[in-house]
Design a protein around this ligand. Structure first.
Ligand SMILES: NS(=O)(=O)c1c(F)c(F)c(SCCc2ccc(C(=O)O)cc2)c(F)c1NC1CCCCCCC1
Ligand SMILES: [Zn+2]
Length: 257
């Protein structure tokens, strides 16, 4: 969108000069210091509905020069694990380079190979553009990607299309599949804190959920994400993560001990 494209990950300190929210006191991502988390058993498991998208429904996959985004239909809803109902809008990823991890959040200083973000907006608003300017207007579900021994069959559903969107601005259509299969097998355990978009305009409107369980991909699948996408000037698109931001007194809740 307008004003989004001239910033980059190499010069993150410059973001605040154009987008003043990026210098706010509730910014994301953060390092989750386990000793600082506070147990909150009232945080319930999520109820997802509409996430099993039929294959005759086509989803747009786009390389926007900063990440690869899968647009989602407007009937994917989440309940329970959040104070109100939220509607899914899109999902995208953050990754590293060969041998360098690229998750945005970290746990006790450990950065993972990558991170998926499923972006939702509160159903009290009719558009994400309106919701993202309101406190609690957005809810992002985040989970860590790490290399395991097995191929992840659900990730294959869109990884095979990455070569078709290898350059910035390219998009393609992907047949629908079970989107919940892109999240960890177990979703009961998670961290919760109030933060922001991790990209300009950095609005501080995000209710963040970071799952305790990770997502296992094969080495080959992780490498697909790291080695396939490029930005406008033919530069490889890698290490697209923002540095950890200060807590400024914020607390991190965990619904498990
Ligand atoms: N981690 S995150 O959720 O903050 C996030 C990022 F870190 C991101 F890096 C991104 S992509 C950068 C923003 C952008 C640029 C171009 C276009 C386009 O040409 O269509 C669209 C978006 C990105 F899209 C998002 N999520 C978006 C934030 C942008 C504005 C709200 C729309 C949904 C959430
Ligand atoms: Zn993101």
């Amino acid at each position: 969108g307008p004003g989004h494209s001239h910033w980059n990950y190499a010069d993150q300190m410059a973001w605040t000069s154009d987008f003043h929210s990026c210098g706010g006191a509730s910014q994301s991502p953060i390092n989750i210091q386990l000793s600082e988390t506070i147990f909150d058993p009232s945080l319930r498991p999520f109820l997802l509905s509409g996430f099993d998208v039929p294959e005759d429904e086509k989803l747009k996959l786009k390389n926007n020069g900063h990440t690869v985004v899968l647009d989602l239909p407007d009937n994917l809803l989440i309940h329970n694990g959040l104070p109100q109902e939220y509607r899914a809008a899109q999902l995208h990823f953050h990754w590293g380079s060969r041998g360098a991890p690229g998750s945005e959040h970290s746990v006790d200083g450990k950065r993972y190979s990558g991170e998926i973000h499923v972006v939702h907006y509160s159903t009290e608003y009719s558009t994400i553009q309106e919701a993202m300017t309101q406190p609690g207007g957005l809810a992002v579900l985040g989970a860590f990607l790490e290399a395991g021994s097995e191929e992840n069959p659900t990730y294959e559903h869109f990884l095979t299309y990455l070569p078709q969107v290898s350059n910035e601005g390219q998009d393609t259509e992907v047949p629908g599949f079970n989107i919940s299969g892109l999240l960890p097998g177990r979703m009961e355990r998670y961290y919760r804190y109030n933060g922001s978009l991790t990209t300009p305009p950095c609005f501080q409107s995000v209710n963040w959920t970071i799952f305790n369980d990770t997502i296992k991909l094969s080495e080959r699948q992780i490498s697909m994400l790291e080695d396939t996408l490029h930005r406008d000037d033919e530069e490889i698109l890698q290490l697209n993560f923002r540095n950890a931001q200060h807590m400024h007194g914020r607390i991190i809740l965990a619904n498990f001990r």
